[in-house]
Design a protein around this ligand. Structure first.
Ligand code: ZN
Length: 310
């Protein structure tokens, strides 16, 4: 198990895109700055979707520019397609993440593309990036979405996930991650699928899990991933955005609870949890009444709690 884990904060993208209200740009900046100051070293600041589709994400280019000026922060943006990747490149992201839904029905419904069409889009992005020197171009990652099950198809074939991961690597992407978009995953399944995909694409090529807490298994699934050598976990501050399938449940795993678990286990996240717990005030003030989740923020830190690095 790794002694050091990277947490990727996805709240400004995954959280805010599920909230109808638009958080003002200045509030987003304050949130991102406060998390970086608490020690978070990777933040997905937004999504380059057409602004007409998701007005909440219309200021993503401005946020990239702002976040790039913060010291030591890896700035990530989601790109739904080639057009989005062009905009992300122009904005100067450190990494772009494109979702590829393993449920073909979900893919067709969501982005109107079957699997061959998504792979063609991926190849186009790789070709665009190939003209740029490796050291200066953004990293291109694919998030294999609905990898653990789909709300339309139900179970998703593990062979399809493995084959798609291999196809992405053959197309020339830098890394693949697994996303439990629907909150269907359990620890045994996480362990099995991570092993299968790593065996097919290489140990270091799969390093990221995007897990949800829809059924309360988010952190159990993190432990399964840790035990299989995963080094990066996505999470959302306050579980912002909730879960569209399960009212009262967070969607993404809650950053505060994830940091607590890892640090208490002696795994260094680089994050000062006491500082991080204050950051959710930024969200509460900018989006009054928006439900926020997490146990650690309510219970507080245990007496004598020490950071892993201390
Ligand atoms: Zn998510």
């Amino acid at each position: 198990m790794s002694k050091r884990v990277q947490i990727s904060e996805v709240g400004p993208r995954d959280g805010l895109q599920s909230v109808d209200r638009i958080m003002p740009l200045e509030a987003k900046k304050a949130w991102i700055r406060a998390e970086a100051e608490a020690g978070v070293t990777e933040i997905e600041v937004g999504s380059f979707v057409p602004p007409g589709l998701l007005p909440q994400m219309a200021d993503t280019a401005e946020l990239v520019e702002f976040a790039k000026a913060l010291p030591g922060l890896r700035v990530v943006a989601l790109v739904p397609n080639f057009k989005g990747a062009e905009r992300a490149l122009a904005a100067g992201v450190d990494a772009m993440s494109m979702p590829f839904s393993m449920s073909e029905t979900h893919s067709i419904k969501n982005v109107r593309k079957d699997h061959p069409a998504v792979l063609a889009e991926i190849r186009n992005v790789v070709a665009m990036l190939a003209d740029i020197p490796f050291e200066t171009r953004p990293v291109f990652e694919i998030g294999l979405a609905t990898a653990f099950g789909c709300t339309i198809e139900g179970p998703v074939s593990e062979n399809v996930v493995v084959r798609s991961a291999v196809a992405c690597m053959e197309a020339g992407v830098d890394a693949v991650g697994l996303s439990d978009t629907t909150g269907y995953a359990n620890p045994a399944q996480v362990r099995r699928l991570v092993r299968k995909v790593k065996a097919a694409v290489g140990e270091d090529t799969l390093d990221t899990l995007h897990l949800h807490n829809t059924r309360g298994l988010g952190l159990a699934n993190v432990v399964a991933g840790l035990e299989e050598g995963i080094g990066t976990f996505d999470a959302s501050l306050g579980g912002l955005g909730g879960c569209p399938f399960a009212p009262g449940a967070s969607g993404n795993i809650v950053t505060e609870d994830l940091v607590f678990m890892l640090e208490a286990m002696g795994i260094d996240t680089g994050i000062d949890l006491a500082k991080l717990l204050l950051v959710r005030d930024n969200i509460a003030q900018a989006l009054p009444g928006e439900p926020l989740y997490g146990f650690t923020p309510d219970a507080g830190l245990p007496l004598g709690f020490q950071r892993a690095a201390a």
